[in-house]
Design a protein around this ligand. Structure first.
Ligand code: NDP
Ligand code: OXD
Length: 309
C-alpha cells in the first residue's frame, strides 16, 4: 500500500514515523516536487494543488486536522468518488475542553481584572458572579463542541448550544436556525465558537451578532479566524460592549506583529494551539479507517462536499 504524505507544517518525520508505526505494511513517501506516481491514500495538510491533481489510484484523502476549510480546493482536484476524511477528536477534544475551561473560569472568577489590579499594585476585590447568571453559549455542537458544552454544564453553568441540525444533549439547551442563534446570543455571558469555516459561517461573529450579546460579555474563538469580523470585534471591545476575548485563530496567521489585536489589553492571543493534532493518535485513527475501507466498510468523518465540513 502506497501512502503519499504532505504537510505545510514543520517536522514531517514526526508524522511519517507515527504513520509507519501504525501502518507497518505501507510504503510512506513525503511528496517532493515532480512526484506524480500513483498512491493508494494521501495524508495531507494544506497541500499545493500538484500534490493531488491527476493523482491516480487514490482511494481516499485524509486531512491531518479536524477543520477542512483549507482542503476545499481538494474537492476540485479529486473525484467525488474519492472520500476526503477529516480527523475526529483523535486527542483534540480534551485539549479544546481544557482550553475553553481555562478561559471561561478566568472570566467567571475575574482573573484578567485581578491581573490588571496586580500590575497596578491595587488590592481591589470585585463582586463575585453567580453561575446561574453566567450562561455559556457554544456555537457548533459537533465532535469538539459537544464535549465543551458538556464540561461547561458539569461545572454548573447554564449552557446553550447551536448547530445546523436539531440536537439533544443532556442539560444543554440545544438551538438551531437563525432564531436559535439570536436566542442564544441574547443570553450568553461567554460565547465559544467551535464551528467549521464554511460559506455559511464565514464572518458569523460580526457587529450584528456581537451586538445581540449582553453588554459585558466575552468571546472565545477556537475555530477559525474567518468566523470573526476582526474590525467589528475591536470596535465592540473598545466601546466596552464586549468585555474581553480569547482568540486562538485569526484571519491572517501568524498574526502580524503590528496587528491592532496584540495591543488590546482585554484580548488574550494564543497561536492556534487550542488543539494540536497528536501524531500517534491521528496516525492510529487514519490507520483504523484505512483498514475499514480496505475491508469494504463505511467509515465516519467523510467530509460532506455540499455542506463543506
Ligand atoms: P464537526 O463537524 O464535528 O462539528 C461542527 C458543528 O458545527 C456541528 O454541530 C454542525 O452542526 C455545526 N455547524 C456547521 N455549520 C453550521 C451552520 N451553518 N450553522 C450552525 N451550526 C453549524 O467539527 P469539529 O467539532 O470536529 O471541529 C469544529 C472546528 O474546530 C473545525 O472545523 C476547526 O475549524 C476547528 N478546530 C480548531 C482547532 C484549533 O486548534 N483552534 C483544532 C481543531 C479544530 P450539525 O451537528 O448539525 O452538523
Ligand atoms: C484543525 C486545527 O483543524 O488544528 O485540526 O486547526
Amino acid at each position: 500500500m502506497d501512502i503519499l504524505f504532505y504537510t505545510s507544517g514543520s517536522s514531517p518525520e514526526r508524522w511519517t514515523d507515527a504513520i509507519r508505526a501504525a501502518l507497518p505494511q505501507a510504503t510512506v513517501r513525503v511528496w517532493q516536487a515532480g512526484d506524480n506516481a500513483p498512491a493508494d491514500y494521501a495524508m495531507v495538510w494544506k497541500p499545493p494543488a500538484e500534490v493531488l491533481r491527476d493523482r491516480t489510484g487514490l482511494k481516499a484523502v485524509f486531512s491531518l486536522g479536524a477543520g477542512v476549510d483549507a482542503l476545499t480546493k481538494v474537492h476540485d482536484l479529486v473525484p467525488e468518488t474519492v472520500p476526503v476524511v477529516r480527523l475526529e477528536d483523535a486527542g483534540m477534544g480534551e485539549q479544546m475542553v481544557d482550553y475553553a475551561t481555562h478561559a471561561v473560569l478566568g472570566y467567571y472568577r475575574r482573573f484578567g481584572e485581578y491581573a490588571k489590579s496586580a500590575a497596578e499594585h491595587q488590592w481591589r476585590p470585585l463582586p463575585a458572579y453567580r453561575k446561574s447568571e453566567f450562561t455559556i453559549g457554544v456555537l457548533g455542537l459537533g465532535v469538539l463542541g459537544s464535549p465543551i458544552a458538556e464540561r461547561m454544564r458539569s461545572l454548573g453553568f447554564p449552557v446553550a448550544g447551536w448547530s445546523r441540525s436539531a440536537k439533544q444533549l443532556d442539560g444543554v439547551e440545544c438551538l438551531h436556525g437563525d432564531d436559535g442563534l439570536s436566542a442564544l446570543l441574547g443570553k450568553v455571558r461567554v460565547l465559544i465558537c467551535v464551528l467549521p469555516l464554511t460559506p455559511e459561517t464565514q464572518g458569523i461573529i460580526n457587529a450584528a451578532t456581537l451586538g445581540k450579546m449582553p453588554r459585558g460579555s466575552y468571546l472565545i474563538n477556537i475555530a477559525r479566524g474567518g468566523h470573526v469580523v476582526e474590525a467589528d470585534l475591536l470596535k465592540m471591545v473598545h466601546d466596552g460592549h464586549i468585555a474581553g476575548a480569547t482568540l486562538d485563530v485569526f484571519a491572517q496567521e501568524p498574526l502580524p506583529a503590528a496587528h491592532r489585536i496584540w495591543y488590546e489589553p482585554t484580548i488574550t492571543v494564543t497561536p492556534h494551539i487550542a488543539a494540536l493534532s497528536l501524531y500517534q493518535e491521528s496516525a492510529e485513527q487514519m490507520a483504523g479507517k484505512i483498514a475499514a475501507l480496505e475491508r469494504g466498510e463505511t467509515i465516519s468523518g467523510i467530509v460532506d462536499r455540499r455542506k463543506g465540513y
